[in-house]
Design a protein around this ligand. Structure first.
Ligand SMILES: O=C(O)[C@H](O)CO
Length: 412
């Protein structure tokens, strides 16, 4: 197999290893639901998680709702209503989805059980603005945050203070017992940040929210400022939470698959969270060291998992994984038998149809031969269009899971 073929096997098989079905079923097996249950599934992996719950509990599922991203539903599931909504910026459907979920649980009491299936993406997909706040306010501040370089904990601190279903508030609307099964796409598995913790006590404070506004010079109106000053719930008594999967599992899967393909796996980190293009430069520099013969012995797979950030300065199209790859392509230009890929496990990287990219020693020169300077495209945050020219986008479609990103350097 070629080194690129190896890379694609690692991508496919690692993502397969973190599909949430088996983990959801295992989590539900540990619970004994005496009566019927209501299922609310929210996030990019909502459909897959709901499907697993239905498979496990069958007719015990009285009713359910799935609120997921556009094009993330894989078809009807008996008893479930499915709403697809905006991501990474919420839209009208995010509000409709949350309203329907609240309607579903409204009349339940402490004798009832709700299974709440939570995955990343939920912050945008599932929304009920706080009283006095308009959806447009949330859309505007989300856009500002997404291009500011703020990390997900900071972004969600703001989101939680403006929403009536985030930061534990969904649980406050529901009087039933909530069993929450959470697929983590947040480094360190911070439960109050994953999908903005709709059913988890919030550890962020108004003070922090105001500091984030200051730090990133966000433009906010009076009403938003007022809402940010209101504290989120710090105690939730009707919810039990379990985590089913995270980026660590994605990295371990990548390690074992790389090993089975003959590479010595080296797991560098599962908490990569720096600027995407710096991560790309770093991975490229490791590749150059290995190729110089002074570094680690080959074949080797250097693995990093996490979620990088991008300070958007340009007007191009891309995502953090593609930006990492374009930067890496410049760094490994001319090297043989060296490949770097970076993909989002959910199959979407930024507002593009790509999961990420895969680059090698020829990528940068292929881009240059189309009269495009990769450095200029990188500065314009236009990694999508540069990698499209070299044929180095990775397109998987929605994968059914969401546990952050996988970056791997392969040297054969
Ligand atoms: O939805 C979100 O907030 C992010 O994906 C993190 O979970």
């Amino acid at each position: 197999m070629t080194i690129r073929e190896d890379a694609f096997v690692i991508i496919q098989e690692s993502i397969k290893a973190v599909l949430p079905q088996a983990a959801v079923i295992k989590a539900l097996e540990k619970k004994n639901f005496s009566g019927d249950v209501t299922v609310v599934a929210v996030g990019k992996a909502a459909w897959t998680m709901a499907f697993a719950a239905k498979e496990k509990l069958g007719d015990k599922v009285l009713r359910g709702i799935i609120v997921t991203k556009y094009a993330h539903s894989k078809g009807p599931i008996e008893g479930f209503e499915i709403i697809e909504a905006g991501h990474p910026v919420p839209d009208e459907n995010s509000v409709i989805g949350a309203a329907k979920a609240l309607e579903l649980v409204k009349n339940l009491d402490e004798n009832d059980d709700v299974i709440f299936l939570v995955s990343g993406g939920g912050s945008a997909i599932f929304e009920k603005p706080m009283e006095g706040i308009e959806l447009e306010d949330i859309m505007d501040i989300t856009n500002q945050l997404l291009s500011s370089g703020a990390d997900i904990v900071e972004i969600n601190t703001i989101r939680k203070h403006l929403s009536d279903v985030k930061g534990g508030r969904f649980a406050l609307h529901c009087k039933a017992n909530i069993f929450s099964v959470v697929l983590s796409d947040v480094l360190g598995d911070r439960l109050d940040s994953i999908a903005s913790g709709p059913a988890y006590p919030d550890s962020s404070t108004s003070q922090q929210a105001l500091e984030i506004v200051e730090k990133y010079k966000l433009k906010v109106n009076e009403k938003v400022l007022e809402a940010l000053k209101t504290e989120t719930p710090k105690e939730i008594n009707n919810c039990e939470t379990v985590i089913t999967g995270s980026v660590s599992e994605l990295c371990s899967a990548a390690s074992s698959i790389a090993k089975s393909l003959g590479y010595q796996p080296l797991l560098l980190t599962s908490t990569l969270d720096c600027e995407a293009k710096e991560a790309g430069r770093f991975m490229a520099s490791v590749g150059r060291e290995i190729r110089s013969g002074n570094g680690l012995a080959t074949p080797i797979a250097v693995i990093a998992g996490g979620e990088t950030v991008v300070h958007i300065r340009g007007k191009g199209k891309g995502g953090r994984n593609q930006e990492l790859c374009l930067s890496a392509a410049i760094g490994i230009e001319g090297l043989n038998d060296t490949v770097i890929f970076s993909v989002g496990s959910d199959g979407t990287d930024g507002p593009t149809d790509a999961a990420g990219g895969i680059v090698d020693g020829e990528t940068a020169s292929k881009i240059r031969s189309a009269d495009i300077q990769p450095e200029v495209y990188l500065d314009n945050n236009d990694s999508y269009n540069a990698l499209k020219v070299s044929g180095d986008l990775v397109i998987t479609g929605s994968t059914g899971t969401n546990v952050n990103d996988l970056t791997v350097l392969l040297c054969k």
